[in-house]
Design a protein around this ligand. Structure first.
Ligand code: TXA
Ligand code: MG
Length: 315
């Protein structure tokens, strides 16, 4: 969506809301974000309240460019190389917090690290420039529900809780950013997303995967099992729908209710994932059957989201 004069005016208005401590939903290339001034504890608390999110879940801090994070986190050589290659883009880096960082501790849930990202969306970048401060933004959905990829989705879930929703059209990537932890020696993938593990390994060499062979709880609370839950039960690796089930297909399929990608394109499937789950999540069906998605490239992120959607509830 091009930046029209109307968009320019809306961005200025949204930036003023952010500076005043109010919440604004804005488009990014991954999903819509629920933004507040990352240096303002009250704005950050308002984000948690609006989402009904468990307070231990730290938020991603967004900036218009790499330099914007200079006073907030310590960027080592690995981080600099990733920033060079993937920013602006769907990559979030967890980096050591500087002692003098102005970022709200609530935003990082009291951790000694901060997750930072430069989104690749013209409206997001213009907003971050105009706001002139770092913006904490989780996905703009009530906690535990499907992430929004259109302004309409945001309004459906959070209506009345935001000063403003900036409309930038449908999100291009459709799944959240990849989260990589660089706060210790071995880079660790905390959440698969828009940048693939293969692409990260190209730059970093070894990348560990959180949870794989590690003891203790999940490093990233966003990895909690049941996080992206539609109201209906979700059945994975389905070959066909049972009676009264909706079939969410991938590839050529008979009797698909909706198809993530008829020609097996993972990028297309990712972009469709949340909006299709959302539109199938209605009482006409008793469940959503999802066909298998290959476990490579963006398929990793898609399957991660699907496993959460299918996980037993209330965990
Ligand atoms: O694509 C995205 O990343 C979107 C858009 C709006 O930028 N944002 C997003 O934010 O998905 P959220 O809050 O829904 O997910 C943040 C993820 C969670 O998995 C959280 O646990 C992790 O990042 N995270 C944030 N700060 C962290 C930290 N200091 N250490 C470890 N994990 C952290
Ligand atoms: Mg989220």
């Amino acid at each position: 969506m091009p930046i029209t004069p109307a968009t320019v005016a809306a961005i200025a208005e949204a930036a003023a809301f952010l500076r005043a401590g109010s919440l604004v939903a804005f488009p990014t290339e991954t999903v819509y974000g629920l933004g507040g001034d990352a240096t303002d504890d009250r704005a950050v608390a308002a984000i948690f309240a609006a989402k009904g999110r468990p307070a231990f879940n730290p938020l991603i801090v967004h900036g218009p460019d790499r330099d914007a994070f200079g006073a907030a986190v310590i960027m080592d050589d690995r981080a600099a190389r990733l920033a060079e290659r993937f920013w602006p883009g769907p990559l979030t880096m967890v980096l050591p917090r500087r002692a003098e960082s102005a970022v709200s501790l609530l935003a990082s849930a009291g951790l000694d690290s901060i997750a930072v990202r430069v989104p690749a969306h013209p409206v997001a970048l213009a907003l971050l420039q105009a706001a002139g401060r770092l913006v904490a933004a989780p996905s703009a959905n009530p906690s535990g529900r499907i992430s929004p990829t259109t302004a309409r989705h945001v309004a459906d879930g959070l209506d009345g809780k935001l000063a403003m929703i900036l409309d930038g059209g449908a999100c291009r990537v459709g799944v959240e950013s990849t989260v990589i932890d660089l706060s210790s020696r071995t880079p660790t993938l905390l959440r698969p997303g828009g940048v693939t593990l293969e692409a990260l390994r190209d730059i970093l060499g070894t990348v560990a995967i959180a949870g794989a062979g590690q003891s203790g709880g999940p490093r990233s609370p966003g990895m909690l099992a049941s996080h992206y839950a539609p109201a209906l039960p979700v059945r994975l690796n389905a070959t066909a729908a049972e009676p009264a089930e909706a079939l969410l297909a991938f590839g050529p399929a008979e009797g698909a209710t909706l198809n993530l990608s008829a020609d097996e394109n993972l990028a297309e499937a990712a972009a469709n994932l949340f909006s299709m789950l959302r539109s199938l999540d209605r009482p006409d069906y008793r469940g959503i059957a999802v066909m298998p998605i290959p476990e490579d490239g963006l398929g990793l992120a898609i399957n991660d989201r699907l496993r959460r959607a299918a996980a037993p509830r209330g965990v």
